[in-house]
Design a protein around this ligand. Structure first.
Ligand code: AMP
Length: 296
């Protein structure tokens, strides 16, 4: 069956109703398009788990700050539809901005709990409003699609954690699956924003993952988190990259992690501007060998 492109929520609901009535399960993959292999891994995961796969394609204006790259964000719907179909999507839901945010739109979904004002949500960075935009649009997608399973990438670890909390707190029935980060052969996490990198910056960009890997190796060698972060910072500095942040936080509640506390997984997350692109990446670390149960 070939993919069907849908523009309105009414049309999408009408298309999904008989499928759900027939007992089929529905998987949702939210994206902003300009698909790469990371997105395709999510669609394939949905294809394996669910009978019906809906990929949404919407560059969500409310998650961009003034001065960010909303206008220049790369877009190519025809190519996205073709790639989505190849990976197994049944429906591409590509609404207009007016369909998602009608005149007079005034309702927002905000996750608190210290999850949205740290890391990328720090007011000096993208700010909590970024996550408010994300959770609002994802809540709307959950309402429109009513998915059984929804798929998000580990690449945006904080986003996945925030959405998990929203789904739990607001009783969305969807299961949430986090798919591992897909990387280029040199380790750079795939991102639509990698298209902003000049050839020279593209060569520097894998330093983010090398830095995270250095932190992982330090921990595996028995170093503490502070020493591991210092190693990572050195790798970034060698590539001439000054991180916006490089932090270790507990992966369940994003509170700062100074040590492996009771075997809780630790998220080591980095954001850095590399030329014209703002890149993010992360790894999740378990406690060092012999210090408890591995978390990953
Ligand atoms: P985006 O289009 O950037 O909003 O991303 C849509 C979804 O794809 C989000 O759940 C992302 O976390 C996920 N994603 C983006 N890049 C990757 C990647 N390199 N590996 C795995 N998932 C990704």
């Amino acid at each position: 069956m070939s993919v069907r492109v849908i523009r309105t929520k009414d049309e999408l609901r009408a298309a999904l109703r008989p499928r759900r009535a027939a007992g089929e399960t529905i998987g949702l993959v939210p994206t902003m398009g300009y698909l790469h292999d990371g997105h395709l891994a999510l669609i394939r995961a949905a294809r394996e788990r669910c009978d019906v796969v809906v990929m949404s394609l919407f560059v969500n204006p409310t998650q961009f700050r003034e001065g960010e790259d909303l206008e220049s964000y790369p877009r190519d719907e025809a190519r996205d539809v073709e790639l989505a179909e190849g990976a197994g999507a049944d429906f591409v839901y590509a609404p207009s901005v007016e369909e998602v945010y009608p005149e007079g739109f005034a309702t927002w979904v905000e996750v608190g709990g210290g999850l949205t004002d740290v890391l990328c949500g720090d007011p000096g960075r993208r700010g909590p409003e970024h996550f408010r935009g994300v959770t609002t649009v994802v809540a709307k997608l959950f309402n429109t699609v009513d998915p059984d399973v929804s798929f998000f990438g580990q690449k945006d670890a904080q986003q996945a954690i925030v959405i998990q909390r929203m789904a739990r707190d607001l009783d969305f029935r969807t299961e949430i699956v986090t798919v591992p980060t897909v990387r280029e052969p040199d380790g750079l996490a795939m991102s639509s924003r990698n298209t902003y990198l000049s050839p020279a910056d593209r060569e520097r960009a894998p330093a983010l993952y090398r830095a995270l890997s250095a932190a992982r190796e330090a921990v595996e060698g028995g170093a503490g988190l502070d020493a591991a972060l210092a190693d990572a910072r050195r790798v970034l500095a060698e590539a001439g990259i000054e991180p916006e942040y490089l932090e270790a936080r507990y992966a369940d509640d994003l509170t700062p992690a100074a040590a492996f506390d009771g075997g809780r997984p630790v998220l080591v997350a980095v954001a850095a501007r590399v030329g014209a692109a703002r890149l993010i990446d992360n790894v999740v670390l378990g406690p060092p060998p012999g210090a408890g149960t591995p978390a990953e």
